[in-house]
Structure formats: C-alpha cells, structure tokens
Design a protein around this ligand. Structure first.
Ligand SMILES: O=C(O)CCC(=O)C(=O)O
Ligand SMILES: [Fe+2]
Length: 277
C-alpha cells in the first residue's frame, strides 16, 4: 500500500476500491473516451510527490538507456519496393529513441513498483474491457522507460498491439509531442490516400495529446496513426510504457529485442538499484 498512498491520486482514481461509486464513474468515463477516440486520458493519476519521485528515478536511469535509430515505415515493416515511392508502404521516416527494458529496471524504481501493482492491472482491465489482463510476459517489453533527448523522434506509425498504457513523467523543453490522428484505418480499409497526406505533412486532423506529467494514457494504436515529434532542448522526455496481454507468458521476438534493446538474453535477476555509470 505504500506506493499507492504516496504516489496515486486515490480520491479521484480509487483503484484499490473497485466496489466504490467513484471507481465505476472513472471507468465508465474512460471507456466512453476510448470508444470514441481510441484513447483515454487520466490526468493527475500520479500525485506531484509521485511525479517528483518518478522524475528522479528516470533521470538516474536515463544514461543506461539503449539508443536505436534509423528510418522506418508507418507499418513497422521493410519498405515495399513494388509501389510508388510516395505510397505509404514505401515511405520511410527517421526515428531515434532510447529505451530501458523491464528486466533492467531496478526493484527500487517507483515506476516498476507501480507496474507490479495488481490493483493497477485490474483497473486497466476494467477500462479496456477485453477480459482479464496480465502484465505482458516478455521480460524486455513488459515495462519500458522511454527516454528521448534533443533530436530524438518517433516516426508516424501503427502499433502492433491492441493498446498500450503510458505514464507521462517529464516533458521536453519543446517538441516531444504525442500526435495522433484517430482512426486513420480500419481492419479492412487502409485509407492509403489519407495516410499519404498525413505522412506528407497534412496537420489538419492531427491531435496533440497533452501528456502532462502524472497523466496516465490508455491508447489504442493499432488503427490510429501516431508519432512523437522531434525533441528540442536539453531536458529529457520520460514516459513509462506499461504493456499488458490477454494471454499469460507470451513473449516478443528476439529480433525486436536486438534492435530495440541491443541484446536478446534477459537478466536473471532485476537490479536492486540503478548501476552508477
Ligand atoms: O513515447 C510515447 O509517448 C509513445 C511511443 C509509441 O508510440 C510507441 O512506443 O509505440
Ligand atoms: Fe506507438
């Protein structure tokens, strides 16, 4: 209960009391937002004290993040060489990101402690409403601390999972906006011409989600094009990415581990503290 009481705004988000009226009200409002826009924002989920602790922790861990960069498509697949160069399937955009995988996040980290709270998993499950949820089984992908600094960015893309939960910890001085165009495709229509316009810079339908530190965001990224705009300035952008699955113990691929985290073998035990660099 320690982390809960200090770090979470339990009056507003009583995740420990699923029978309460407030729990039902918050879950119902988030479900409505998710159904309409493909995302649900829970501002002030973490208290100011909680945010301060998460920032100190993220700043300490940041130097250990693995940086990957290159050029990627919106579909996270190799560019299609059989279509026109300006077709979305052939369009590559630069990305540069840094991530710390779950297995390297120390047991002392408040981010790890929040992620491991069963009450939080149940709360997310009540909102997403696809049956029981489990923390994602992959020792790398289950929880990430995403660190982005000057010049880093993440290109327009669709996620390969149904949803992700992100916790805003610290914003950059400028840039680093989470930009979304809700429902750009459906399961049976890619809407390539609209997607091509967005990739070419059409801002008309782009929403910028606030991501004020302390906000918990539940985001369905499979059919909504989104990106993180280039970071400007020396302050790092920190976001916790919390992954869940409807199946227990499912793993990610070795190839993904290698590109995103620079290794494929998980640590046997989580560290107790961040290692001094
Ligand atoms: O850093 C973020 O806010 C979201 C990143 C994202 O879209 C992803 O990791 O797929
Ligand atoms: Fe994404």
């Amino acid at each position: 209960m320690d982390v809960l009481e200090q770090f979470l705004q339990l009056d507003q988000y009583p995740i420990h009391d699923p029978a309460s009226e407030q729990f039902h009200a918050v879950v119902a409002a988030a479900k409505r937002q998710l159904a309409e826009f493909g995302y649900a924002e829970l501002p002030g989920f973490v208290t100011r004290e909680g945010v301060a602790a998460l920032v100190a922790d993220a700043e300490e861990g940041a130097p250990t993040a693995f940086r990957s960069s290159g050029r990627g498509t919106a579909y996270l697949a190799a560019p299609d060489t059989t279509v026109a160069a300006n077709h979305p399937l052939a369009t590559v955009m630069p990305y540069a990101v840094r991530a710390i995988p779950y297995d390297a996040v120390p047991t002392s980290s408040p981010l790890r402690q929040l992620y491991e709270m069963a009450a939080l998993t149940s709360f997310i499950a009540a909102i997403v409403d696809v049956g029981p949820l489990f923390p994602y089984g992959d020792p790398f992908g289950a929880l990430n601390l995403a660190v982005m600094g000057e010049g880093d960015e993440l290109q327009w893309h669709y996620d390969q999972t149904d949803f992700v939960v992100s916790l805003a910890i610290q914003s950059a001085d400028a840039g680093g906006d989470f930009e979304v165009v809700p429902n750009t495709r459906t399961a049976d229509d890619e809407h390539f011409s609209e997607v091509a316009d967005i990739l070419a810079g059409d801002q008309e339908k782009v929403l910028v989600l606030e991501m004020t530190p302390g906000t918990l965001l539940i985001f369905e990224g499979r059919n909504s094009l989104h990106r993180v705009s280039p970071i400007r300035g020396s302050r790092l952008r920190h976001v916790g990415l919390l992954a869940y699955d409807t199946v227990e113990g499912r793993l990610g691929s070795a190839a993904l581990r290698q590109t995103r985290y620079g290794r494929t073998e998980p640590l046997v035990h989580p560290p107790l503290e961040w290692s001094s660099q």
